[in-house]
Design a protein around this ligand. Structure first.
Ligand code: HEC
Ligand code: HEC
Length: 390
């Protein structure tokens, strides 16, 4: 085991302790950099040399996450749309990236404006370390699905994407082809980043896009919120849930929600066709994964702080979401591009009946407010922390 894996082990045990015993992790921590042939039960560090995941990569990742230097006009950071005040999402139906000001529900385009909304609702970063978790609680970080349509795999790979995207961070400052190189060149000129990359990766040549991805992903893996009242109840604290929430928990199983929202993250991480309505702010219908109108089952943790819901952000409340399920359970598609027969057969078996309020109460009890809400006081570029979000 290399020097830094002690820290790694300690921190990952902390992250995973709720549902994977530390002892189990101990056996599974790879001692070498193995990107191939990974056992699916490894802790979330893959795609990465274990030795490079450390308190130093986490610190660098946090700086990058909050620094608008990653955006074309130096005014949008990852935290602009994934802010702790908004559950690491943005509380908008569709995200607003470039040419805009404000945070969360107050964010709006500047005028004049020619940029479109980001075409989907911002997902929370909380618990993304566990994306792809299987029924046994195992995660393969290298293949972890990212985005509503699972089009990207692994946090490391995902973290580069928004930098290239026109409406999210790039704007018109440079072309997509040179976006990453332009950002890397900027970082190389900033003394504090030279130091941070040096201490995270060991040498002065280490300011690369790949290491940027590793660092951001390391930080994201610290954003865990999985000790909700439901978890405490299941761990034996019988007073943690109300009678209604317990009824909701049972109904969630018997009604059939758990056939897709399964496992410790309340997601099978598979793609399903539901017929969620499009957002009318988008010029075109969002056809989802491979134009099939399938979207990935989201985790149901922490939804109390991440409204609105679904890939299109069209539902403001959990009640609206369950009302939607009531309609589609009868085979009534809610999206004109999806036929009733295309809707996942599991949906047609849902019988929500009079359990709606209890199910909503249960989902609310799946929130854990005890996550890292710290905002750095400054970022290495000396730009505004988090971007143009005041
Ligand atoms: C302008 C708003 C915006 C900015 C800036 C932004 N994101 Fe996102 N993020 C989104 C949206 C919207 C989605 C969902 C997109 C989709 O599914 O196509 C998303 C999805 C993600 C996901 C996937 C979560 C999951 O469960 O699949 C991760 C991880 C993520 N963003 C991290 C980042 C990082 C890291 C940065 C900075 C490099 C960043 N985001 C910048 C809006 C934003
Ligand atoms: C066939 C699989 C399946 C079943 C069964 C299912 N869901 Fe979902 N659920 C999904 C998918 C897929 C999405 C995302 C759809 C989208 O955005 O287009 C989703 C989204 C959600 C969301 C929004 C989460 C967010 O972050 O926006 C909630 C809440 C939810 N489901 C609750 C339920 C409840 C309650 C039930 C039972 C009444 C249920 N689901 C049954 C697959 C399923």
């Amino acid at each position: 085991m290399k020097l830094k894996s002690g820290i790694l082990f300690a921190s990952l045990c902390f992250f995973c302790s709720f549902f994977i015993a530390c002892q189990k992790n101990e056996e599974l921590i790879p001692t070498t950099n193995t990107t191939d042939n990974q056992s699916s039960s490894e802790i979330p560090t893959t795609g990465v040399n274990n030795a490079t995941v450390s308190t130093e990569t986490i610190a660098l990742g946090k700086a990058l996450f909050w620094d608008p230097i990653l955006s074309g006009k130096r005014d949008v950071s990852c935290a602009t749309c994934h802010h702790p005040a908004n559950g690491y999402a943005d509380n908008l139906d569709l995200s607003i990236g470039v040419n805009a000001v404000g945070l969360g529900r107050n964010r709006h385009f500047l005028s004049p404006n020619t940029f479109a909304f980001v075409k989907r609702n911002a997902q929370t970063i909380l618990n993304t370390a566990f994306n792809g978790m299987d029924a046994n609680g195992n995660v393969n970080p290298a293949t972890a699905p990212m985005f509503w349509d699972s089009r990207v795999r692994s946090l490391e790979t995902q973290s580069i994407e928004p930098i290239k995207t026109l409406e999210e961070m790039r704007g018109n400052a440079y072309s997509e082809a040179v976006a990453i190189d332009s950002v890397v060149a900027r970082l190389k000129r900033i003394p504090q980043y030279q130091q941070l990359f040096q201490s995270a990766f060991g040498n002065a040549q280490s300011i690369t896009a790949a290491n940027m991805g590793i660092a951001i992903a390391s930080f994201e893996r610290t954003l865990v919120a999985n000790n909700s009242r439901v978890d405490r109840y299941n761990a034996g604290e019988r007073s943690a849930l109300t009678a209604q929430e317990i009824n909701g928990m049972n109904a969630f199983q018997t009604v059939g929600c758990a056939s897709c929202h399964s496992g410790n993250m309340f997601s099978d991480f598979q793609l399903h066709v539901l017929s969620v309505p499009d957002n009318t702010k988008n010029a075109q219908s969002d056809a989802g994964a491979n134009n099939t109108y399938a979207f990935r089952t989201p985790s149901l943790r922490n939804l109390r702080v991440t409204a609105p819901y679904m890939h299109s952000g069209v539902f403001q409340t959990l009640n609206d979401v369950v009302g939607f399920y009531n309609r589609i359970a009868g085979g009534n598609s809610q999206n004109r591009n999806v036929t009733g027969r295309q809707i996942d057969p599991r949906i047609r078996n849902l019988r929500i009946g009079n359990n709606q309020a209890a199910i909503v109460a249960f989902i609310n009890a799946l929130s854990d407010d005890n996550f890292d809400k710290t905002v750095p006081t400054s970022v290495p570029s000396r730009l505004s922390v988090g971007g143009n979000i005041r």
